[in-house]
Design a protein around this ligand. Structure first.
Ligand code: PXP
Length: 267
């Protein structure tokens, strides 16, 4: 997420942003703290408190997905995150007029546009940027125009990267779900290769590249080792692991695995 100043996203700037910090940034997604809260309809556990704790524990930014059905994060959570967070907020949202209005009201550091189907349990696939070019263009334009760093959540396909670039989005986030779900072995290696090729292509065409979805301690290392990935967004695993070891230790361990991977050390 970094400083909200650099918007142009050239290859050199992208790499400089990565190497300046020496690690890929960790965005902690607090959606599922809200899922647990909402199960009882009260105020506990509070995703904003979790976000503040995550920042203290080493998160470089906080990610939250305001869904159309508000099944986890609420509008009030976004308002409180904006007023209390001292690290950047990455708001995930669908490309709809309702969400655009909310993003323009709060002006988070970043907006990640994601596909959203009401019946899905989680974000199932990437945006079809190539196929939805005309639908997405005005949303990207308005958000970029408001000074918000826009990223598009896509599958690791070169056509989707090229379409994202032509749309004027400075950032893409590669969907790591398929890689994480594929059993260890040649098929998993193939998915990893796809992500590596896509991340290299993103850098080549001047897009800052992020990745996320489904990552855990067992899957994050080779992803964090990809040199042109500037940021990983991780939520569900960390919130689950918090039950066993606590949120801060889970985040600290994730941070350590990511840093070791970037430094070429295996944990
Ligand atoms: N990145 C994006 C764009 C997402 O939609 C999600 C899930 O909300 C994540 C990252 C985090 O995925 P997970 O909760 O599986 O770590």
């Amino acid at each position: 997420m970094g400083k909200p100043s650099s918007r142009s996203g050239t290859f050199k700037e992208g790499l400089a942003a990565v190497s300046a910090t020496g690690h890929s940034r960790l965005g902690v997604n607090v959606d599922h703290v809200a899922t647990v809260r909402n199960a009882r309809g009260g105020a506990h556990p509070d995703p904003v408190r979790a976000a503040l704790l995550a920042a203290e524990a080493g998160a470089d930014g906080i990610t939250a997905h305001l869904r159309e059905d508000r099944r986890h994060i609420s509008d009030g959570d976004i308002e409180r995150l904006m007023s209390q967070l001292r690290v950047p907020l990455n708001l995930e949202m669908a490309a709809t007029d309702e969400m655009l209005k909310i993003a323009l009201k709060y002006k988070p550091h970043a907006v990640c546009l994601v596909p959203e189907k009401r019946e899905e349990r989680t974000t199932e696939g990437g945006l079809d940027v190539a196929g939805q070019h005309n639908h997405l263009a005005p949303y990207v334009r308005e958000l970029v125009g408001a000074g918000i760093r826009v990223s598009l959540f896509i599958e690791a396909e070169l056509s989707q990267l090229d379409a994202s670039k032509s749309l004027g989005a400075p950032v893409v986030e590669l969907h790591t779900g398929l890689y994480c779900e594929t059993p260890v072995g040649p098929a998993r290696e193939k998915q990893l290769k796809r992500l590596e090729v896509a991340a290299a292509h993103a850098a080549k065409i001047g897009l800052e590249c992020h990745a996320g979805h489904g990552l855990g301690f067992d899957t994050v290392e080779p992803i964090a080792a990809i040199p042109t990935l500037a940021e990983l967004n991780i939520g569900h695993f960390l919130v689950g692991e918090a039950i066993f070891v606590g949120f801060a230790p889970a985040i600290a361990r994730m941070r350590a695995i990511m840093d070791a991977a970037r430094a070429g050390l295996s944990t």
